[in-house]
Design a binder for this molecule. Structure first.
Ligand SMILES: [Zn+2]
Ligand SMILES: [Zn+2]
Length: 378
């Protein structure tokens, strides 16, 4: 049998019980049982919905350093064929949140035994993939009481080799919003278009007009994406469609561009309502705030990592992906970084299989970083 470390074993346990947002009951139970096995003298543990806060009291605290790990899986049927694959049919840890939790437990274990000067706050956050746990968690009473002075988090990155840490100062992940537009006109016989209001034609016009926003309204030096990924409408080939629905997503590099794009979408949709004599409703669904890395803390972290023997630091570009950790960074200075786990399959893929060597290396590195930061003067 292959020898695996304690935290790789924990990751495999967690991998087998993926749960969707705010349903992380077994996961929470597993984490709590493990946390209770640690020396309790310096720990304060409080649950919040299916999440957990663990405070490690420092020896002479001047500040609190927060560390966040997300907990939820995705509604994806796993296809890795691994012996420790998901036992929850149709659900999978396909975004590496199992790896995130095991790393957090590894770091927590060390500091439960060897406290540093400052307080540490470990945050196990549910529902990152949806409906979003970061925002309500940061607004929770516990977070307000135990609010860290700085906060960090990592995310696995299949495209980088093990040992890689990639991040940048400032914007790391885009502002993202879902987009659902429902159109309602008047159905009728395919041969009598003058007696109906055809929503297939209105939907097609709308999709085309939406393309003008990025081309004509967004500053060329800023960036935005509007993608309509799905259109549904009508019932059968010879009946004019009474309804049509567009489903898409908006991504922007700045919060201002997101506001502008939404205002333009509303104006264009209103124009289609008038022109095609129909009713339209817009729903922005879930929204993720941008992940904005505090420049000073990030630069300091990257400098520390570059001087650390165990990791290779890369300065990366921002990505048009979303992450609800952005809500925490909107309130508390800090940063997020990518952790290389070299897998040929990307995030949210049914065959994603992170290289588990990354787990112990990340734990060792983060222990060194927290020990340094939590004993330093600032
Ligand atoms: Zn994800
Ligand atoms: Zn994720």
């Amino acid at each position: 049998m292959e020898a695996i470390s304690r935290f790789v074993a924990i990751r495999r346990d967690l991998h087998q019980i993926p749960e969707l947002g705010f349903q992380e009951v077994k996961t929470q139970h597993y984490l709590l049982r493990y946390i209770q096995s640690l020396p309790q003298e310096r720990l304060q543990v409080r649950t919040w919905k299916t999440g957990i806060f663990v405070k490690v009291n420092g020896t002479s605290p001047r500040k609190t350093i927060g560390y966040r790990a997300d907990m939820d899986g995705l509604p994806i049927r796993e296809e890795t064929g691994l012996p420790y694959r998901s036992t929850h049919d149709g659900c999978m840890h396909a975004c590496g949140h199992d790896v995130h939790m095991s790393i957090a437990l590894g770091v927590l274990t060390h500091f439960a035994h060897h406290p540093i000067q400052d307080d540490l706050l470990f945050i196990f956050q549910p529902a990152e993939e949806g409906p979003g746990g970061a925002k309500p968690m940061i607004e929770s009473e516990i977070m307000q009481e135990w609010k860290p002075d700085m906060i960090l988090a990592l995310h696995i990155a299949p495209e980088y080799p093990v040992g890689t840490i990639a991040t940048k100062e400032g914007l790391l992940f885009a502002n993202t919003s879902e987009l659902f537009i429902d159109l309602k006109g008047k159905g009728g016989h395919a041969a009598f278009p003058h007696l109906a209001n055809d929503m297939v034609v209105a939907a097609c016009a709308l999709v085309t007009q939406l393309q003008s926003i990025v081309a004509r309204n967004v500053d060329p030096l800023d960036s935005a994406v509007i993608t309509i990924g799905k259109i549904t409408g009508g019932t059968v080939q010879n009946v004019i469609a009474e309804r049509a629905r567009l489903e898409g997503t908006i991504r922007t590099l700045s919060a201002a561009a997101m506001q502008k794009v939404k205002r333009r979408i509303e104006a264009i949709v209103h124009g289609v309502e008038v022109a095609y004599e129909c009713e339209a409703a817009i729903d922005y669904g879930a929204m993720y705030h941008q992940v904005y890395n505090d420049p000073e803390l990030t630069a300091e972290f990257m400098k520390f990592a570059a001087a650390h023997g165990g990791v290779n630091v890369i300065s990366c570009k921002e990505a048009m992906t979303g992450e609800d950790f952005g809500y925490m960074l909107a309130d508390i200075p800090g940063f997020m970084f990518w952790l290389g786990v070299e897998s040929p399959y990307g995030l949210h893929h049914a065959k994603l299989a992170p290289n588990e060597e990354a787990i112990d290396r990340a734990i060792a590195f983060l222990i060194d970083y927290f020990s340094w930061k939590g004993n330093s003067e600032v």
